[in-house]
Design a protein around this ligand. Sequence first.
Ligand SMILES: Nc1nc2c(ncn2[C@@H]2O[C@H](COP(=O)(O)OP(=O)(O)OP(=O)(O)O)[C@@H](O)[C@H]2O)c(=O)[nH]1
Ligand SMILES: [Mg+2]
Length: 376
Amino acid sequence: MTLASIDAKTTPPAGQETVLSMVIPTYNERGNVAELIRRLDLTLAGISWEAIFVDDNSPDGTADALKQIARTDPRIRCLRRVGRRGLAGACIEGMLASSATYVAVMDADLQHDETVLPAMLAKLQSGQYDLVAATRYVDGGDASSFSASRGKISRLATKITQRLLGTELSDPMSGFFMMRRASFDEMVPRLSPVGFKILLDIATAKEGLRIAEQAYTFGTRFDGESKFNMQIGIEFLGLLLSKMTNGHLDPRFIFFAIVGATGIAVNLIIFYLALLLWPAASFEVAKAVATGVAMTSNFLLNNSLTYRDRRLKGLGLVRGFIGFCVFGAIGAFTDIGLASQLHHQHEVWWVAGLAGSIVGVLWNYAMSSMFIWRTR
Ligand SMILES: Nc1nc2c(ncn2[C@@H]2O[C@H](COP(=O)(O)OP(=O)(O)OP(=O)(O)O)[C@@H](O)[C@H]2O)c(=O)[nH]1
Ligand SMILES: [Mg+2]
C-alpha cells in the first residue's frame, strides 16, 4: 500500500476529534475481519472513526490478520489479550481504550447490519439519548436468520429478562449498540466483565439512562463458527441473578455459590452410591471418596465457569487444584470452629451452622479469587 492510499483513509488529522470508536470483540474471526473493515469503510464514509478489535489470542491468528491491516490503516487497532477469555470483559476493555465521543460495540461475524450505524450515531448526536440499542424485535427489525431452536432460546431469554428485570429494551440480548463514551466511563466500575450480554448490563447499570432503539435485520455468519454454548446460557443466568440483587452480589460470587451447592449434591450422591455399591468400604472411606469427588468437580466447574476468563491449564491446573484443596480444608476448619463456638454460646443450632458455612464460603471465594484464579 502506498502513502497516498493511506492518506485517503478518513483518519482525523492531529487536532481533529475521533467521533466514533467501533469496539469489536473477536475470537477466531480471521475470515471475517477484512470484510467487516471494508463494509465499515463504506458505511462510515465522512465520519471520523476508528475500530478497536479486542482479540482473546485466537488460535486462528485473527490478531495477526488485524495487525497486518493495521500496519497500513491507522484507523484499525488490535488489542490482544493473552490468557483471558470473555466477551463482556473484551468489550469493556475495548471501550476503555477509546477516547472518541461515541463508542459502538458490534460482533465481527457480520450478523450485525453495519448500515444502520449512521442512523444510530445521528440519534446520539441529536442530544436526546445516551444509548442506542440495535434491535431485531421491533417493526422493521428481523431475526428470521436464526435457526428455529436458537430463535426460541433467544425469545425465551428475552421474555425472562424483561419479566425479571423490567427492562424496556425489546432486544436485551443484542450485542449491538452505540453510546456516549462519557456515560460509559461513568458507569464502568459497576459493570461485570463476566458473561456474554454486555448491553443488558450497561442498560441497567445507571438510573435515568436515555435509551433509543434502532431496528435492524440480523444476518447470517459470514465465516467461522458461533461461540454460543450452554456455558454462556448459565453465565447469563448469573448476570440476571446479580441484577436481581441490585448488583450487590457479583455474578462471579453467584457462580461460585451455585458451584458450591452442586458440590453438596455431588458429595451426597457419591456418598450414597459408595455405601450402596461398595459395602466393604468403611463409612469414613466412603465419605472421603465423596468429598474428594465433590472437591474435584467443584474445582473443574469453577475453572470452566466461574473463572472462565482466567481458566487454568496444564501445570497451573494441577497447582491450582492443590491450592483449592488446601484452602478448602482451612475453610472447612474455620466453618466447623465458628459453628461450634457459636453453638456453645447457646446460639440456635442452624444459626450457628449457617454462620459457619457463610464464613467458609466467603473464605474459599476470597482465597480462590486472590490466589488460585488471580488475574495475571
Ligand atoms: N474477545 C472475545 N470475543 C468473543 C468471545 N466469545 C465470542 N466473541 C466474539 O463475540 C462476537 C459474538 O460471538 P458469536 O459467536 O457470533 O455469538 P452470537 O452472535 O451470540 O451467536 P450466533 O448467533 O450463534 O453467532 C463475535 O465477534 C465473537 O468473535 C471471547 O471470549 N472473547
Ligand atoms: Mg454471531
